[in-house]
Structures are given as C-alpha cells and as structure tokens.
Design a protein around this ligand. Sequence first.
Ligand code: AMP
Length: 249
Amino acid sequence: MKVLVAVKRVVDYNVKIRVKTDGTDVETSGVKMSMNPFDEIAVEEAVRLKEAGTATEIIAVSLGVPQAQETIRTALAMGADRGIHVQTDAVLEPLAVAKLLKAIVDKESPDLVVLGKQAIDDDSNQTGQMLAALMGWPQGTFASKLEIADGKANVTREVDGGLETVGLNIPCVVTTDLRLNEPRYASLPNIMKAKKKTIEKLTTDDLCVDVTPRLEVLGVEEPAKRQAGVIVADVAELIDKLKNEAKVI
Ligand code: AMP
C-alpha cells in the first residue's frame, strides 16, 4: 500500500505571531518555521502503517518556497521514503494546494493520502476535503484512530457526544486530529540517513495547475489587547462590580 502525506511549512507553534506593519499579512521573516503539527501526526501515522507491514512506501509532499524542502527532510527523517517538492513563491490557497496534490496523486496513484486536518497558519481546514472531492474519493476527516483492514480504511472521529467510525473504500483521503498519535522525534542516525533520500523537484507548470489566488485579503489585524484586571477587596465588592459595572448578574 502506497501512502502519500502532505506536509506544510508553517510558523512554529511556539512563536508569538506578529502582524506585518503594513497590515497585509503575518510576519514570517526571521521567524522559526516548522512542520505543521497535524502533518507531523500524518507522517507518524504513515510510518506506523509501514512498521506494521501495511504500508510499503511513504511519499512526503510539500508545496511552496525552496525552504519547504527542510520540512520534507524532517518527514524523511521520521521515516518517509522519498519526497516531492513543488516549488513556488506564490501564495497557495487550499484549492490550489488541492489541485496540485491531485496532479501528484494522478501521477503516483497512492492508496491513501494523509493530510493534517488544518494548517495552523491559515486555519482553513479545507485542503483534504477539496482533494477528496476533486479525486471523487471517500474522505475520513479529523481521524482520531485509523485501521486498515480488508481493503478498507476505518476512521474513528470524535463527534459531539461520542465517537463515529466510518469505513472508507481505498483509495481514500484521511485528515488527522490531535489525538491520533504522538509523533516521534527523528533520531540523529535517521536525520543523517534522510539526507540521502531523494526529493523530486517540480513546478506548478510541470503539473499544469493555475495557482492564481481566488481570494483577496483585505487586511490582517492583531486581536484587541486584553484590558488589565482589577483585584477586588472582598466578595461584596465583586458582586457589586458584576451587578453594576459588568451588568452580568
Ligand atoms: P488547510 O486546508 O490549509 O488548513 O490545510 C490542511 C492540510 O493540507 C495541511 O495540514 C497539510 O497536510 C495540507 N497542506 C496545506 N497546504 C500545504 C502545502 N503548501 N504543502 C503541503 N501540504 C499542504
């Protein structure tokens, strides 16, 4: 079983996000970048499928600036077999990403495509769903458990009030939720081995995909600053403030 995993380079989740002074975007220059955390979970799941003898090959794909290759190297160090980098400086909206991934899926014919449920930079939560729609494949989103058996992928999802398990015919698209697994750290020997693994380089033209944005960003702002709190002397003062200032009781 061939597994394709989509890995995005995003601002590291520990970084405090700053907005560019011209209000057009989030500041990314001089900022630590890492693999999107949900994509680490996707790579981990693929590696576990390979360790269990279910997957035979794992391909890590990233689309974007040249440094996205570092993200692919991280996936290779975690256990992916080879990488594909579609290099572009263009801002890629989820539809463009889904179209590029479709072109790669058409070329590689994987049995399973695993993506993160969302990228923590744009929080779109759209790409996996769009890819499944473009392919006409079944999708299991927000997977908290994945089992492959009898030519099916059984995906358990956390829904309101409990768990839902859907059985998908393979080939299919799965997106990962936080509780699916705990991703491993790449060991030093595996980081060294990953340097020898191949990364195929492609362009958006090679894949004949028009990535022109369909949306216009009107502005990016920081959230309003929280006002400083006050310390009240006693319960009577607290009740008075809740009643007469906040007017919530
Ligand atoms: P989004 O729909 O933007 O929230 O992204 C959902 C998932 O799509 C991510 O977790 C990645 O697995 C994949 N993805 C989005 N953008 C890219 C990209 N530029 N390169 C590789 N994978 C991506």
